[in-house]
Design a protein. Structure first.
Length: 304
């Protein structure tokens, strides 16, 4: 069987302000609140479940908007940390613990049962893995092994430095580029598979052709062609999308972020068509869409 998943990080306005260095808005804005209707359209029109990763800023909006879907299993909730620190992987154990346990407790108080984690800015560090094991989670989906993404980030950080612009982007060790299918992370070297590993890491997929494109909204809506989004490892197609990918460009939030988030340059109607074409191409090739939690279960069965 071949597995596919649409996962969506519900990053909020304050998190975009932090990464792009944008001044705070005077009015109350929410990406999550405004993208949920479009996420629900995807779920019901394509008849697929999705996995969502929440921060303290997006938790309430997501919970209100997707209450039904969380309760029926059409949507799975995941932990994306309390404050969405891009450098989470580099922080000390105690801070990481506060960030991850903090969000877990908030979600738990709403009755959301979480068993998976994605780090902001991608990367699975030793301390993150340790905290995740303490929480008894069953999976993480932190790694982004795309060379194209890695090089473009390196260029971005380099140019920002030359221009004297501050950026909170963080570059991770190149060993992250080695992981292309689910595995059991070693607690000393989390990019390596270990027979003793308890958690399953489910990395983002990259295309096999032509440039090892990462399965993110930015590249999906730029390169558009379904044939570019066939995973390098034939059996797992894991997309890491964001709330902003589902945001209508004409909302106040869309206008506010438009100069910073390139996907908003394309009308949502077009983005939606591209996403559906890519999903249907994968379906026609035998991929079954499920939540990350179910992919993790299926993976454990095959690895036994
Ligand atoms: Zn995020």
């Amino acid at each position: 069987m071949k597995f596919a998943c649409i996962s969506i990080d519900f990053d909020e306005i304050t998190e975009y302000q932090a990464i792009h260095g944008i001044e705070a808005s005077k009015t109350q804005l929410s990406v999550t609140q405004n993208c949920i209707e479009n996420v629900r359209r995807l779920i019901y029109e394509e008849n697929i479940p999705v996995t969502t990763f929440l921060t303290s800023q997006s938790l309430d909006y997501a919970y209100e908007g997707l209450k039904l879907e969380y309760s029926t299993g059409l949507t799975e909730a995941g932990n994306h940390s309390l404050n969405h620190r891009y450098d989470l992987g580099r922080l000390d154990y105690e801070t990481i613990k506060k960030e991850i346990f903090g969000l877990h407790e908030q979600a738990d108080s709403k009755g959301l049962k979480i068993k998976g984690f994605r780090s902001p800015g991608w990367h699975l560090s030793r301390n993150i893995l340790k905290v995740i094991e303490e929480l008894n989670y069953s999976y993480t989906s932190c790694m982004n092994p795309s060379t194209v993404y890695y090089l473009s980030k390196l260029l971005y950080i380099g140019f920002s430095f030359l221009k004297g612009v501050e950026t909170s982007s963080v570059i991770h060790p190149p060993s992250d580029l080695l992981v292309h299918r689910p595995y059991f992370p070693d607690n000393k070297k989390p990019w390596k598979n270990s027979s003793k590993g308890k958690i399953v890491e489910i990395p983002m997929s990259t295309g096999s052709f032509p440039f090892i494109l990462p399965f993110t909204g930015y590249f999906l809506f730029k390169f558009k062609k379904p044939s570019f989004f066939i995973p390098l490892t034939n059996d797992f197609a894991v997309f890491h999308l964001h709330g902003v990918d589902f945001l209508n460009e004409n909302t106040r939030e869309g206008q506010y972020l438009r100069g910073y988030e390139k996907v908003l340059g394309l009308p949502f109607a077009e983005r939606f068509e591209i996403l559906k074409r890519v999903i249907n191409n994968l379906k026609s090739r035998g991929y079954v869409f499920m939540t990350l939690g179910n992919i993790e279960k299926e993976f454990r069965k095959t690895e036994k």
